[in-house]
Write a protein of this length. Structure first.
Lengths: 291, 359
């Protein structure tokens, strides 16, 4: 398909075009007695793409689970558009927050269209199983994620990138003002990574608030408007990628030394000349395990 | 680069998603899955056909039409007696037991995302059996086997859940713990039978192999009532479970109360297997095979709760018919037939399909 000719229309559902205002208010997230995130006050810019970066176990996945209402806070709250998330019914939350988790799987034989249809679940009921809005949103999500030629293909016959696009389309069809993505490009090759990130940019361009956990710092800088750097459950830096990312931050996050160069095309920082920091500061990486 | 335009999708083209029939009335809309309905319909026709055969065949073979007429009370006095007093209750019992087993199996398999996770395999049937046998041989109380087997199945389930920490995402731990708990209850049953006087051991024996011969009217009525209440609930749960096939996280983010669905599913499955064990003992394999057949026929777009129920009824009546007639006048308990036929079939299913397949 000639991608340059593709036109993405606005979401037919108006609410999805208003970015959700999301913040945490003294948020504590814990597994049993082990506190992963303690008293976190953090706001995510509405209508923008926020990337959460940090070493394994820094708490970014836990925070994402907290934002998605999968993990109940032990104290504090997540506030979405002025309302406490934990007090919303599952269905209400499902109308506001879409999630692409890491370990999603579908039964064999389910087609792309079948999967995307699941995104309408929070809007459906026993006597409202397929409304015109449902159909418009599903068709639009399929269009936006460039899946038109694949709608009738069983998911197991797709490539990794295509399948990931189908899962994103499901979350997009949900029509939520907030979209959470847990490492949306994990296990994808470079071409498919760029494809997925560009799709995310387009979704945000329509006003959605997007929060994603990302491993690759350079790509986070390239595709996010806002960067949240986490270590040991704490936010150690946040802001526009070009302002936030410094060699000191990279050393503090990952225990590596590097040189930052500027991407000649986009002007965003790119990590180069990476090597491990000598042992005097290497302990910054060793105890970073959050759970 | 893509461009963002202001174009809206075409309005007024409201059509059903692939494979569905869309029924609309004002703002209400209901989807009917063609393949799911056809599967249930086909299984129902097959089930009634086999049930008709079961009424006609036996020690005294009747013409199927004569048998049908006798079932409605017309014909010679002897025919009417054979059909209405001897065969019809047994066929009805088989249908009810099979529906309970098929429904419970379908719900549990889908919940645990594992095709082996049926109430029988995870020890619930064994718990029910142990308690039912205890009520017959050890405790000379008036407690009906239904009540006891319900207590037993709940005990087994609570034990399995507590020891495994929930059904989990792929159900392996749940399964292994369940097999262990089932083995413990199985040995309790054997111990009770070994210690009991021979007469009461004989009375309890049908509960240990699975037989439609030892039915007690009260238990059958309880099973029928239980099915009438839980089957609509099970169909409703099936809709939510269909989304939970995508993972608990996705289901939760799509507005499903995962915990509520899980509790409801386990309660329905436990109730149905307890009530059916109280009637017929642990009839193995039906809970494994019936949902398998229903899924094969109905396709991946649905969790075929009703189809599994009807397939369970079909298989149970068929197995009982075979047990009654193949080696007549010797009667083989239905549980033995299902194990002999079901075992190899199960092996074939497991070897045929890839191991990473999800329900």
């Amino acid at each position: 398909m000639n991608r340059s000719a593709r036109v993405i229309t606005d979401s037919p559902d108006a609410t999805a075009r208003l970015g959700a205002r999301v913040r945490t208010d003294g948020l504590n997230l814990a597994y049993g007695k082990q506190v992963v995130i303690e008293h976190l006050n953090l706001a995510f810019p509405a209508g923008r793409v926020t990337a959460m970066v940090g070493p394994n176990g820094c708490g970014k996945s836990t925070l994402l689970a907290g934002l998605a209402r999968l993990h109940q806070p032990s104290a504090g709250a997540v506030i979405v558009d002025g309302q406490v998330l934990a007090r919303l019914s599952p269905r209400e939350a499902g109308k506001r927050i879409g999630l692409l988790p890491q370990d999603a799987a579908a039964p064999d034989g389910l087609t792309v269209y079948d999967l995307v249809r699941f995104g309408r679940q929070p809007h459906q009921g026993l006597l409202r199983q397929w409304s015109p809005e449902d159909q418009a949103m599903v068709d639009w999500a399929i269009e936006a994620c460039d899946l038109k030629e694949l709608v009738d293909r069983p998911l197991e016959t797709l490539s990794g990138g295509q399948r990931q696009r189908a899962w994103i389309a499901m979350a997009v069809a949900q029509g939520t003002p907030l979209l959470l993505l847990d490492e949306p490009t994990a296990a994808l090759d470079l071409g498919h990574q760029v494809e997925v990130f560009e799709l995310i940019r387009h979704l945000a361009a329509q006003g959605r608030t997007v929060v994603m956990a990302v491993h690759d710092l350079s790509q986070a800088c390239r595709y996010a408007d806002h960067l949240v750097a986490m270590r040991d459950g704490k936010v150690i830096a946040q802001g526009a990628p070009a302002d936030v990312v410094t060699p000191e931050l990279v050393r503090h996050l990952y225990g590596i030394d590097c040189t930052l160069v500027t991407d000649p095309l986009t002007g965003t920082p790119v990590i180069a000349a990476i090597h491990r920091t000598p042992s005097t500061v290497a302990d910054t990486n060793g105890n970073g395990s959050g759970h | 680069m893509n461009t963002v335009s202001d174009r809206r999708p075409m309005a007024g083209s409201h059509t059903a998603p692939p494979g569905h029939l869309l029924l609309r009335y004002r703002e209400w809309s209901v989807l009917v899955l063609y393949r799911g309905v056809l599967a249930t319909l086909g299984l129902t026709i097959a089930m009634f056909f086999v049930a008709g055969l079961a009424l006609a065949l036996g020690t005294a073979d009747l013409n199927p039409l004569t048998a049908l007429a006798a079932a409605f009370g017309t014909g010679t006095e002897q025919d009417v007696f054979i059909v209405r007093e001897l065969r019809l209750p047994r066929v009805v019992t088989g249908i009810l037991v099979g529906m309970a087993l098929g429904t419970g199996g379908c719900l549990m398999q889908t919940l645990a995302r594992n095709r082996l996770a049926t109430p029988g395999i995870v020890g619930i049937d064994n718990g029910a059996t142990a308690f039912a046998v205890a009520s017959v041989v050890a405790l000379t109380t008036g407690l009906a086997p239904s009540g006891m087997s319900l207590a037993g199945s709940i005990t087994a389930l609570v034990l399995v859940l507590a020891l495994s920490g929930g059904t989990g995402t792929r159900g392996y731990r749940f399964l292994v713990v369940g097999i262990g708990v089932g083995a413990v209850f199985g040995s309790i049953t054997n111990y009770l039978l070994a210690r009991a006087p021979i007469d009461s051991a004989n009375a309890a024996y049908p509960w240990t192999v699975g037989s439609l011969n030892a039915r007690a009217g009260g238990s059958v009525a309880l099973l029928a009532i239980g099915l009438a209440i839980t089957l609509p609930v099970a169909v409703f749960l099936g809709r939510q479970l269909s989304t939970m096939r995508l993972s608990d996280q996705v289901a939760q983010s799509l507005g499903i109360s995962v915990r509520r669905v899980r509790v409801g599913t386990l309660m329905v499955a436990v109730t149905l297997s307890a009530l059916s064990v109280a009637v017929a003992g642990p009839v193995g394999m039906i809970a494994l095979l019936a949902p398998e057949a229903a899924r094969y026929l109905a396709g991946p777009r649905t969790v075929p709760v009703l189809g599994s129920a009807v397939a369970g009824a079909l298989f149970t009546v068929l197995a009982d018919l075979a047990g009654r007639t193949l080696f007549a006048p010797i009667e083989i308990p239905v549980g033995v037939i299902t194990a002999v036929v079901g075992g190899p079939y199960l092996l074939w299913v497991l070897l045929r399909s890839s191991s990473r397949r999800i329900i």
